[in-house]
Design a binder for this molecule. Structure first.
Ligand SMILES: NC(=O)c1ccc[n+]([C@@H]2O[C@H](COP(=O)([O-])OP(=O)(O)OC[C@H]3O[C@@H](n4cnc5c(N)ncnc54)[C@H](O)[C@@H]3O)[C@@H](O)[C@H]2O)c1
Length: 262
């Protein structure tokens, strides 16, 4: 069955009646994404390892009349990811219309100082965990013949980043996974797209950088500032709306022009 084309921009960006599972809602981009999804009309299920702050984000949504539930999630733990996916489906009564994988973890240090436990943790949180979550929810989207999957990588995964070598590898994996999955599930009416943030004003970024480095980085960004979390969130939500029904397997950098891809 063909999806009707939205009549105008307002309809094309309306998510009323849609459901979304978002990871990383306790902080930064994930929190902003949850708020933006709710403002577009979607019902939100938010997961995070930080329970109290994750629940706070959901309360903020409920306070403005939206529908939102928090469920605990540790992406580094397979059993936790499975339980999260099942609970999300129990709460919603079915699979979500949208999955937005936003949670992520970075450890900035020279590659030579990495220890295998750092690789394992980053691989689990940034790659294996999100893959497992999608794998759990996907069969139900396939059955329904519709769905939108949005992943969050990083420009580090596109152009590399000194001090973030393994992290960049996990984000490169997210990009390749998103494109390949997009090819596999297009026939079921499911789109998969990826947002690659550049330097964004969040605890993850601010905890990883000195003030001097931050100033130098800002000077090298053509738009001369960091992204605000809501600016990344807008692109994540965009990929979940009917406005992007004909886009799949795409990666968009939101970086103030720091990276320009052909
Ligand atoms: N801030 C940037 O400059 C920047 C740049 C490129 C990409 N990103 C990506 O954007 C995404 C969001 O990052 P942010 O900057 O908002 O960071 P953040 O630290 O503010 O938020 C990350 C969230 O992920 C959650 N999280 C961490 N480990 C988890 C786990 N094991 N299980 C479940 N949740 C867990 C944290 O509790 C936190 O709420 C990440 O994927 C990050 O890699 C950020």
């Amino acid at each position: 069955m063909e999806t009707p084309t939205p009549a105008n921009w307002r309809q094309a960006t309306d998510l009323t009646g849609k459901t979304v599972v978002i990871t990383g809602v306790a902080s930064g981009i994930g929190r902003a994404t949850a708020l933006e999804f709710a403002s577009a009309g979607a019902r939100v299920i938010g997961g995070d390892i930080a329970r109290e702050r994750g629940e706070q984000t959901m309360q903020e949504i409920r306070a403005t009349g939206g529908r939102a539930d928090f469920l605990p999630l540790d992406l580094a733990d397979g059993a936790s990811v499975d339980a999260f996916a099942q609970s999300a489906m129990d709460v919603l009564g079915s699979a979500p219309d949208i999955i937005a994988n936003v949670a992520g973890l970075d450890r900035v240090m020279p590659f030579l100082e990495n220890t295998p436990d750092v690789w394992e943790l980053l691989a689990k949180v940034n790659y294996i965990g999100p893959v497992r979550l999608i794998h759990r929810l996907l069969p139900h989207m396939v059955e329904r013949r519709s769905g939108k999957i949005v992943t969050v990588a990083s420009d580090a995964g596109r152009v590399g980043s000194s001090g973030e070598t393994f992290y960049a590898g996990t984000k490169g994996a997210v990009i390749a996974f998103t494109k390949s999955l997009a090819r596999e599930v297009a026939r079921f009416g499911i789109t998969c797209n990826c947002v690659a943030p550049g330097p964004t004003d969040t605890p993850l970024f601010n905890g990883a950088i000195t003030e001097k480095l931050r100033d130098a980085l800002v000077r090298s960004i053509p738009l001369k500032r960091l992204a605000q979390p809501s600016e990344i969130a807008h692109t994540i939500v965009y990929f979940a709306t009917p406005a992007t029904d004909f886009m799949t397997g795409q990666v968009i950098s939101v970086s103030g022009g720091l990276t320009m891809h052909g």
